[in-house]
Design a protein around this ligand. Structure first.
Ligand code: SIN
Ligand code: NI
Length: 253
């Protein structure tokens, strides 16, 4: 593979905006991915297992671990993200999402907008596979074009049921139950990008190996803070631009 930003075409950006997701199967080299995987293995704590979604999660891993920060700020990733979005972006977060071997709980259908704390014209995630993720290890599934579904734009947080099926998504948008789905197995070092209103899910891990992914959240450079009623965890005022020192630009550094 190449170590430069993958060749970018306008049709890739168009596909991202039309489908609400896009895969880049080989964004990071084997040696890069091995370093990032080791950092992810070091930082995860089995005590942070979220039984509802079947994941071990981190909090602010990109700010705590220098190697994972390097991944979140990787110029190849940020350049690609800005080209896809067609606008300047900031990095809003970077977390490890681990699914234990034989974890039977899937992540049921959801969108990421429902928990977002931003007022922003665009927010989206890069989901980076740090190990091979075949379908059986908890690969991501996307509903193409579902980010363009009619309103409500976002559902109130207290309307979210615990990761059960049918989820709030099907309750509010019953047509999604019958929407085509694309599941994307990824080799280690591959990435999928998904818009924060794209309906998505991830399967259980039926294999003997842990599934390790690192998720980087990008948002528009002009994004402002928008707490959710009952969920206001950050030291910012509603409408305040997000701190450029804490949330750096995705590229051009
Ligand atoms: C997962 O990694 O299993 C779920 C990630 C997501 O919902 O974005
Ligand atoms: Ni999600």
């Amino acid at each position: 593979m190449t170590t430069s930003t993958p060749e970018f075409t306008q049709s890739a950006a168009d596909a991202f905006h039309t489908d609400g997701f896009l895969a880049f199967p080989e964004l990071f080299t084997e040696s890069e991915t091995a370093r990032y995987r080791q950092a992810a293995e070091r930082i995860i704590d089995p005590a942070n297992h979220n039984a509802q979604i079947g994941l071990i999660t981190t909090t602010d891993a990109w700010e705590k671990d220098p190697t994972l920060r390097e991944l979140a700020l990787h110029p190849r990733l940020g350049t690609l993200a800005e080209r896809l979005a067609g606008r300047p972006l900031r990095i809003w977060g970077g977390e490890v999402l681990a699914k234990k071997p034989h974890e039977t709980t899937p992540s049921h259908l959801h969108d990421d907008l429902v928990t977002s704390l931003l007022d922003s014209p665009i927010t989206f995630n890069a989901w980076i596979a740090l190990v091979d993720v075949p379908i059986e290890r908890g690969a991501m599934t996307f509903l193409p074009g579902s980010h363009r579904r009619p309103g409500p734009e976002r559902v109130a947080l207290d309307h979210i049921q615990d990761n059960t099926f049918p989820t709030y998504m099907v309750e509010h948008w019953p047509q999604l139950e019958w929407h085509p789905r694309i599941t994307v197995p990824l080799r280690a070092g591959g990435v999928t990008f998904h818009h924060n209103r794209t309906a998505h899910a991830a399967g259980p891990n039926t294999t003997d190996q842990i599934r390790l992914a690192f998720v980087v959240t990008f948002t528009d450079a002009t994004a402002t803070y928008k707490p959710i009623p009952g969920h206001d965890p950050l030291p910012m005022k509603p409408g305040q631009p997000i701190d450029p020192d804490r949330y750096p630009r995705a590229c051009d550094r």
